[in-house]
Write a protein that binds this ligand. Structure first.
Ligand code: DUC
Ligand code: ZN
Ligand code: ZN
Length: 482
């Protein structure tokens, strides 16, 4: 008989939280997988006592941007090394960033390039969504169906940004592929022509400071595009997921769609709970460039609308939309070191490490959402939406041993204590009520509350299955009624 202990790691006396339950249990881990749940488990080679502490599934951040190619001089501050390091220290154990097609490029080339960027660098498991920006007949007829079959079972499409946006006919074409091949279409919903028109007006009036970014993208541009996306999906009869919903007007469209029985899912992000348009500046200071993202943060009333949607089931997924650009230097918010007009500021804010602590602290401990809803939004639903469940997103026998042990107690957010390669956090100085005390990925401790334990290159690429938020469509037509 081997002397090997029964488990590589046992987490004892955990208050385990899943999307449906909360119970006290030991968690026995072997070969990176949860082998047993119960009381009085046999010894592990390593043991962690979690008595009195909540243990949730490792977070699945299903919307983040890492080392995504950008037009020079702009460059993302985080690659798969620093981005997944920061993710792990914030309790996230799986990320799904984007393999982005540049117009004129084949989708396959974009995927190959992205694998090369991830190769040997990731500390945690990862999969890729696609971004489809050039739906040529070759992409629609061959590449996209092939890639979906290979496990790239979701893609994002844009209704804005000149280098990415699709027109309505193109959106219908790609949604038809999603329907035929059972992929999840994620939609960035903002009306490009309205934004361009407003931008020209603002520029002509000399209103070019960062805060005018929010004036160029009022809620109606998001509302109109959200409604249009819903209508296009209804025409094709395909589920869609509207990403980074910012406030009341888009929320109302999604509630309306749901009431019609349409299969419209929705995502929101921390910036729509904790930032407002004032963070883009109340005067013409350039510092507001740090919080320029799209859609822009709204106001306090809209923050409440987003909280309500998190609590009542409107939202399916809570992601970071981490899009990391340094404030100082030449490759980020000041391209070539210059303060530029708002429409030239790279869009995006960092948030991969703060996503879970913010929601756990202000949502769960702030009494706004249940612990079960927290797990559902941050781990279980993203794993289901993107074909990773039940391997990811839950605490169950046979699931990967990806866990967060929470430390409750006051903690102030300081960029100096974060692990990304960005030189600021929008949440600097915020007092939180909790932080991940231990992050375990694949059965190994990556973050112990004080130090990061690197596993560079050991994060695995995950080939994904079909989305499982909805039952599979029947594979053959129903027999005729007798
Ligand atoms: N908006 C996006 O759509 N993606 C990245 C960041 C942002 O602000
Ligand atoms: Zn987007
Ligand atoms: Zn994004």
């Amino acid at each position: 008989m081997s002397d090997r202990p029964a488990f590589d790691l046992v987490v004892r006396n955990a208050r385990v939280a899943t999307a449906s339950d909360s119970f006290v249990s030991d968690i026995g881990i072997r070969d990176g997988v949860i082998q047993q749940l119960g009381h009085g488990l046999a010894a592990g080679a390593r043991e962690i006592d979690a008595a009195g502490r909540v243990v949730t599934p490792g977070g699945v951040d299903a919307h983040c941007h890492l080392d995504q190619p950008m037009a020079p001089p702009v460059r993302m501050a985080d690659d798969f090394d620093s981005g997944t390091r920061a993710a792990a220290c914030g309790g996230t154990t799986t990320v799904i960033p984007f393999a982005a097609q540049v117009k004129g490029q084949s989708l396959r080339a974009a995927v190959d390039d992205y694998h090369a960027r991830a190769q040997g660098r990731a500390h945690i498991d990862h999969a890729f969504h696609l971004i489809v920006s050039d739906p040529t007949p070759e992409v629609l007829g061959r590449e996209l169906p092939e890639l979906i079959r290979e496990g790239y079972t979701s893609f994002k499409i844009y209704m804005t940004y000149d280098d990415l946006k699709l027109d309505d006919g193109q959106i219908l074409d790609v949604l038809e592929v999603a329907r035929r091949h059972d992929a999840m279409a994620m939609i960035h919903a903002e009306n490009a022509d309205c934004i361009a028109w407003l931008t020209r007006r603002l520029e002509a009036a000399g209103r070019t400071a960062p805060r005018f970014h929010a004036h160029a993208r009022p809620m109606l541009v998001e509302r109109e595009a959200t409604h249009r996306a819903i209508s296009l999906a209804e025409l094709i009869d395909v589920p869609i997921l509207i990403v980074h919903v910012s406030g009341r007007e888009a929320v109302e469209q999604i509630r309306w769609a749901r009431a019609q029985g349409l299969k419209v899912f929705a995502e929101t992000c921390p910036q729509y709970l904790f930032l407002t348009a004032e963070d883009l500046g109340i005067d013409d200071s350039y510092k507001g460039a740090r919080c320029v993202c799209s859609p822009p943060p709204r106001d306090k009333q809209n923050q409440q609308v987003i909280w309500d949607g998190l609590s009542d089931g409107l939202f399916t997924v809570f992601s970071s939309d981490h899009a990391p650009f340094r404030y100082d230097g030449t490759e980020g918010k000041k391209p070539n070191g210059e303060e530029v007009a708002f429409q030239h500021i790279p869009n995006g804010i960092p948030g991969i490490e703060t996503r879970l602590p913010l929601l756990y602290s202000e949502g769960v401990l702030g009494g706004r959402i249940t612990l079960q809803r927290f797990v559902e939004l941050t781990a279980t639903n993203p794993a289901k939406a993107y074909g990773l469940h039940p391997r990811k997103g839950t605490i169950a026998i046979g699931s990967d041993a990806d866990l967060v042990i929470w430390d409750e107690g006051e903690r102030t957010v300081r960029n100096a204590a974060l692990h990304h390669d960005v030189d600021y956090t929008p949440y600097e100085g915020m007092a939180l009520r909790a932080w991940p005390g231990v992050t375990i990925a694949g059965g190994e401790v990556l973050w112990d509350g004080q130090a990061f334990h690197p596993r560079r290159g050991q994060g695995r690429y995950l080939r994904r299955g079909r989305p499982s938020l909805l039952p599979a469509r029947p594979t053959s037509p129903r027999p005729p009624a007798a």
